[in-house]
Design a protein around this ligand. Structure first.
Ligand SMILES: *Cc1c(COP(=O)(O)O)cnc(C)c1O
Length: 433
């Protein structure tokens, strides 16, 4: 495999290609194959952009049909049949059944684009500048999104002060020693606090990049009540946790609150094509035509695969209650077994945004590297890369999930020298040290 051009021509900024130094030539379902024919089971799923696996046959067929029909590919925000079908299907299958009355905005096609649109809209609606976000948050790489992101290395990359935002503690940041929102509640009620009233608070229900931390439902509910009481807009960044990743289409569905603004991207096209949405209450739709713009807001091939995805997986609750619920149970069952058989390991996350936290911050990186050697793509997350982050496709067959969990169990055993008891559902003992 010739990899010369990647190190001579491509920038030093490249990252995933360093941890997984192979050339991927084929990808189908849960498996990626390198040029030399080595197969890798994919527990990464494009950081959540491939929730339905690689090249799903029905989505692929819809895309190929569309492209060969000479229908428009690029259309800015002009009207096309592909966009009409997407808006109608999204409204009928996702918004209406969940009682969500949102306007749909197409910002640029990436996660950071929808976050920028959300922040801009919140400031415009409220006339306030300040935004609050949480410790260890990740919202993207452009300046506005970086200003609400936690990671110090990524923040430094901005090269200028990141202003008009402050960080507040995420759920469990203070380990329960302080009542949730005590400080926030006080400063918002105290006109002498010196803390400017924010336009919005932006939150991930599960922090993907920040260490697979899942907020408790009651904490999120408390946050939404506090926002409502003080007329602060609540933005949920569902870029990674949305589109089924946590077990429901939106990550906040079972928490029982309705955000004012929702950011969606990564898996909304269902196929790995760039696409993003910013959803908001109709009263917040104060944009003037063209006030927020972008060349790639009408990516018709993405509308086609997005519509096909919604019809295939979200037309009723059979996928959510069947295959998805079963996949979640398989992964969490295995994680509990692994964490239960060693000191200093805990299970993190929700649904198929799942993690294994190790007290020894070296372990997760070594486990990811060992897993790669054994044919599994799995990444790390958190400020010190101290969490093994598992994001298999929601459609991964049970046997493949168990095979992957076996590779992880064996890698943990190898790296830490502990006996890991992991028994896959089929009774095979996999990954014992
Ligand atoms: C990935 C991600 C983003 C940024 O998306 P990009 O497409 O990389 O710009 C924003 N928020 C969250 C929660 C993410 O996981």
């Amino acid at each position: 495999m010739d990899t010369t051009v990647f190190s001579t021509v491509e920038s030093e900024v490249r990252t995933y290609s360093r941890g997984w130094p192979t050339v991927f030539a084929q990808a189908k379902g849960a498996v990626q194959t390198s040029e030399d024919g080595t197969e890798y089971l994919d527990f990464f799923s494009g950081a959540g952009a491939l929730n339905y696996g690689h090249n799903h046959p029905k989505l692929q067929a819809a895309l190929v049909d569309y492209i060969s029909s000479d229908a428009p590919v690029h259309s800015l925000d002009m009207m096309t049949p592909a966009k009409r079908d997407f808006l109608q299907t999204f409204n009928d299958l996702i918004l209406q059944p969940r009682g969500l009355d949102y306007k749909v905005m197409f910002p640029g096609p990436t996660g950071t684009n929808t976050v920028e649109a959300a922040l801009k809209l919140a400031r415009k609606v409220t006339g306030r500048q300040h935004i609050l976000s949480f410790t260890n948050a990740f919202h993207g790489m452009t300046l506005g999104a970086l200003s609400v992101t936690g990671n110090s290395m990524k923040r430094r990359g901005a090269g200028i002060p990141l202003t008009n935002s402050s960080k507040i503690p995420y759920d469990d940041y203070l380990g329960g020693v302080t009542t949730d929102f005590l400080w926030l509640e006080r400063v918002l009620e105290d006109s002498g606090s010196g803390v400017d009233k924010p336009a919005a608070i932006i939150v991930e229900t599960v922090q993907g990049e920040g260490g697979v931390r899942a907020a408790r439902a009651e904490w999120l509910k408390g946050l939404s009540e506090l926002c409502a009481k003080h007329e602060i807009l609540l933005i949920v960044d569902d870029v990674q946790a949305g589109c089924g990743r946590t077990g429901t289409f939106f990550s906040f569905e079972e928490v029982g609150f309705t955000p004012d603004i929702v950011c969606v991207s990564k898996s909304i096209s269902g196929y790995g094509l760039p696409m993003a949405l910013t959803l908001f209450r109709p009263e917040l739709d104060v944009w003037s035509p063209g006030e927020h713009n972008g060349t790639f807001r009408g990516n018709n091939p993405a509308f086609i695969t997005a519509t096909a995805t919604l019809k295939e997986f979200w037309a009723d609750d059979s996928f959510q209650k069947g295959q998805l619920a079963e996949a979640i149970a398989t992964v969490h069952g295995a994680l509990e077994q692994i964490a239960g058989s060693m000191e200093g390991a805990t299970v993190r996350g929700r649904g198929l945004l799942a993690g294994l936290h190790f007290e020894d911050i070296e372990v997760a990186g070594k486990v990811a590297a060992e897993s790669f050697r054994n044919g599994l793509l799995v990444e790390t997350s958190g400020p010190d890369d101290e969490v093994l982050k598992l994001m298999p496709a929601l459609t991964t067959p049970k046997a493949e999930l168990e095979r992957g969990m076996g590779i992880i169990a064996a890698a943990v055993a190898e790296v830490t020298g502990t006996d890991i008891a992991y028994r896959a559902g089929n009774g095979d003992l996999a990954g014992a040290a």
